[in-house]
Ligand binder design. Structure first.
Ligand SMILES: Nc1ncnc2c1ncn2[C@@H]1O[C@H](COP(=O)(O)OS(=O)(=O)O)[C@@H](OP(=O)(O)O)[C@H]1O
Ligand SMILES: [Mg+2]
Ligand SMILES: [Mg+2]
Ligand SMILES: [Mg+2]
Length: 355
């Protein structure tokens, strides 16, 4: 199988980062929440997770030069007054790395400078040439803070195309969340690791054990009346009115399933729902780390991921996706109907706003 070595490293990195996140979520204190310049919450776990992934990839893939496009950077941690926070993150990362058997073991404890360097490994710009790892250390930070869904999302681009993706979803039940409006209230066993490499399908295994992986497939529903759809939990991240107009046109009967993060792509890849609708407010630019891993996890499970105009997502343009209006996901049978419903709903909305 192609990318075998990279997959082993990526699964190890994402699982270990997820372990760190679980530990922090359990003990989440208000003081862990910082405010970045864009005011989105960022926690010790976002930084810690990014450092863990960067360090594990570096240790496991020693022979290759290594480019990482990641969400966080160390600028705020280098400011006066951040010393305590930096110490806490460094200890958390050291404790997490010490708990794992790495191919090249950690021979000494990381200093705060090592930690800042590891975080800043992720400042690559990506682009159409060569290999780039793409990381969202915690996707769905708001879900994470609420105790709901979040994901550690790690992907690999080769010449601008996604060739590998791993999604660690610590709070996603191992069994289907279909019909379950609040996925986090399920008492089922939780913690899923989804992974895919190009041409080899998508697999899921429990995050905290070495149980055999199972191959997963997207929903085979052909009748939209039987389909259910996923959308962002946060109304600020996606136009829920537009989604509901599209769902009405299609004849979808079930209410939307609103969950945070790329856990949506993971749940779709095993058929928990059939459609994902994501329509950010005008002017929002999607980042590649919010979709790289999720996109391959769904497409290798038989799904289709496009923009609202039906074009495949282009991850070769750097940090941002250049998109027509939104992102939609469905199986091959539903996609033509979905595209028509999207086109009609957007046209109606534009007509109404020009009146
Ligand atoms: N205004 C706006 N519009 C659209 N998208 C936004 C917006 N603001 C943030 N984000 C990005 O959304 C990421 C969280 O994923 P979701 O939107 O799927 O989850 S959620 O249900 O809304 O929490 C979230 O990822 P993280 O920052 O990694 O949590 C953001 O990158
Ligand atoms: Mg963020
Ligand atoms: Mg994100
Ligand atoms: Mg994030």
């Amino acid at each position: 199988m192609a990318y075998e070595k990279e997959l082993v490293a990526a699964k190890k990195a994402a699982s270990l980062a997820a372990r760190l996140c679980q530990k922090v979520q359990k003990a989440l204190l208000q003081s862990d929440v910082q405010s970045k310049s864009d005011k989105s919450p960022v926690t010790v776990a976002d930084y810690g997770s990014q450092a863990v992934v960067s360090l594990v990839l570096e240790r496991e893939l020693t022979s290759e030069p290594f480019s990482l496009v990641a969400e966080e950077d160390s600028a705020d941690l280098r400011k006066d007054g951040s010393e305590d926070l930096l110490e806490r993150i460094t200890k958390l990362v050291n404790d997490t790395l010490a708990s794992e058997n790495l191919s090249k073991p950690v021979d000494s404890t990381l200093s705060t400078d090592d930690l800042l360097r590891a975080i800043d490994c992720g400042t690559s710009e990506g682009g159409p040439n060569g290999r780039h790892w793409v990381l969202d250390p915690i996707d769905g930070t708001k879900g994470f803070l609420r105790g709901d869904q979040y994901a550690v999302a790690l992907g690999l681009l080769e010449e601008g195309k996604v060739v590998l993706g791993v999604l660690a979803c610590p709070n996603l039940p191992l069994t289907s969340i279909a019909g379950n409006k609040n996925s986090s209230s399920s008492s089922d066993k939780k913690g899923c690791l989804f992974y895919a490499t190009i041409g080899s399908g998508t697999y899921m295994q429990p995050l905290d054990s070495n149980s055999d992986p199972v191959r997963v497939y997207v929903s085979s529903v052909e009748n939209p009346e039987e389909a259910s759809f996923f959308e962002s939990f946060e109304g600020a991240h996606s136009l829920h009115d537009l989604s509901s107009s599209i769902a009405n046109k299609l004849g979808v009967k079930a209410p939307p399933v609103r969950i945070d993060s790329q856990a949506k792509y993971g749940a779709l890849s095993r058929g928990d729902g059939a459609i994902y609708l994501r329509f950010p407010h005008k002017g929002y630019r999607e980042k590649i780390w919010d979709h790289v891993a999720g996109a391959i996890v769904v497409t290798e499970a038989g799904g289709i991921v496009t923009d609202a105009g039906g074009k495949p997502l282009d991850f070769s343009k750097g940090k941002y996706l250049d998109l027509d209006t939104g992102i939609i996901v469905a199986n091959e049978k539903l996609m033509p109907l979905l595209l028509k419903a999207v086109r009609d709903s957007i046209a109606e909305q534009e007509k109404a706003s020009s009146l």
